[in-house]
Design a binder for this molecule. Structure first.
Ligand code: PMP
Length: 382
């Protein structure tokens, strides 16, 4: 099996599995229970939270642990609960959990260019006085495009100053979904200048169903689940101790190997690209590698039906996808590919290839050749 869809899911690393195991058996205690054994579990939970927060230059208290990135994104928008008639700006290529949540508010979409990079001029033009919330993913989940968030934060800072001078008290929060980025991009909330940041364990070789939202001290959030008051009352429910411990471990490992992994994936991607260049239909590589996660290799073979290619490749035990797994399962054309201006032939022929820990150079050669063979089969059928 050659798995080329790590943007949709990563296997739990051995180190994370090992770290999680005690909390699924001997240390199963509820961290809120009164006896010492449970208090120790509480300490381990808080330590894991601090460790995770530390990786992004934050403190444990700045994080709310959630059931994943979707919930963290939803919680981020609760910052708007206390703002009167807020307007929201979101990047048009962002994940459904952002775009669909933004629909609750008057929203404007920020445009991207042909490589998926934010159009900063369009952003500046749309950043009017009513805007209270801006959400821009650090890295896109279909193209891997990494956004210049620090530049965005500078523009936001200027707008905040202008509001201050004008005596306008309307808040302006910057949120970023860093689910895909955490694995390969060094993240410091201070350097990025964000007020809110979403993290996901499922994309960094941690367990599924675990995420976190970083929130700066200036941001007031509303509870996403009320009950026993866990997570500072913002997300009640018995803590997922094993999940958080696994997340912290997996994220720490990812950070430790980041520099090596970036180079490694760049090399693998180059090998794959060279193979694909030999195709009868010239590949159209999407995104700009200079601003792209090193493990992403989205590519279009215009005129082909990518879904048919995927089924053919599945017979060879090569797994890849057309777009974000959730959008692809609905059979809708990707809003991301539309946003970067691909025509319908280019969209229909698009594959989302994303590399990960188990891939080797040989895999790239084999997968490349199998993709070319599948393309030949498709061309012969026409
Ligand atoms: N944001 C991004 C950028 C993602 O890639 C994903 C997962 N595809 C999500 C949010 C949603 O994550 P989850 O399913 O863990 O809630």
């Amino acid at each position: 099996m050659i798995f080329l869809d790590y943007a949709s899911a990563t296997p739990v690393s051995e180190a994370a599995k090992e770290a999680m195991a005690p909390y699924e058996s001997a240390q199963f205690f509820n961290p809120s229970a009164p006896y010492l054994a449970a208090k120790n579990v509480r300490d381990d939970y808080e330590r894991a939270k601090s460790d995770l927060a530390h990786l992004i230059g934050a403190k444990g208290d700045d994080l709310v642990v959630t059931s994943g990135a979707t919930e963290a994104n939803n919680l981020a928008f609760s910052a708007l609960d206390l703002v009167e008639s807020p307007t929201v700006l979101v990047l048009e290529t962002d994940h459904a959990s952002i775009l669909n949540t933004a629909k609750k508010y008057p929203t404007e979409l920020i445009r991207v260019d042909r490589t998926g990079l934010i159009d900063l001029e369009d952003f500046q033009n749309k950043l009017t006085r009513n805007v209270a919330f801006v959400s821009i993913a650090l890295a896109n989940n279909e193209l891997g495009t990494i956004q210049p968030l620090a530049e965005v934060a500078q523009i936001i800072k200027r707008e905040r100053m202008a509001r201050l001078v004008a005596g306008d008290a309307r808040p302006l929060y910057l949120h970023s979904d860093a689910s895909q980025a955490l694995n390969l991009v060094p993240i410091s909330v201070a350097r990025l200048g964000v007020d809110l940041l979403t993290l996901s364990a499922a994309k960094v070789y941690g367990p599924k169903g675990v995420g976190a939202l970083y929130h700066g001290h200036n941001v007031k959030l509303a509870p996403i689940a009320t009950g026993g008051g866990q997570e500072s009352g913002l997300r009640s429910g018995t803590e997922n101790v094993a999940g958080l411990v696994g997340f912290a471990k997996a994220a720490a490992e990812a950070k430790k190997h980041q520099t090596y992994n970036r180079k490694h994936y760049e090399k693998l991607r180059q090998v794959l690209k060279s193979e694909l260049e030999q195709s009868e239909i010239a590949p159209l590589f999407l995104g700009n590698p200079k601003h792209q996660l090193a493990n992403f290799c989205p590519v279009s073979f215009p005129g082909l039906d990518a879904e048919r290619l995927i089924y053919l490749l599945e017979d060879d035990e090569i797994y890849l996808s057309t777009g974000a797994a959730c959008a692809a399962s609905k059979g809708e054309p990707s809003h991301v590919l539309k946003a970067i201006g691909l025509n319908s032939r280019e969209i229909a022929g698009s594959l989302r290839i994303s590399l990960g820990a188990e891939n080797t150079e040989d895999d790239m050669r084999i997968a490349g050749q199998k993709i070319i063979t599948a393309i030949k089969t498709e061309l012969a059928r026409k």
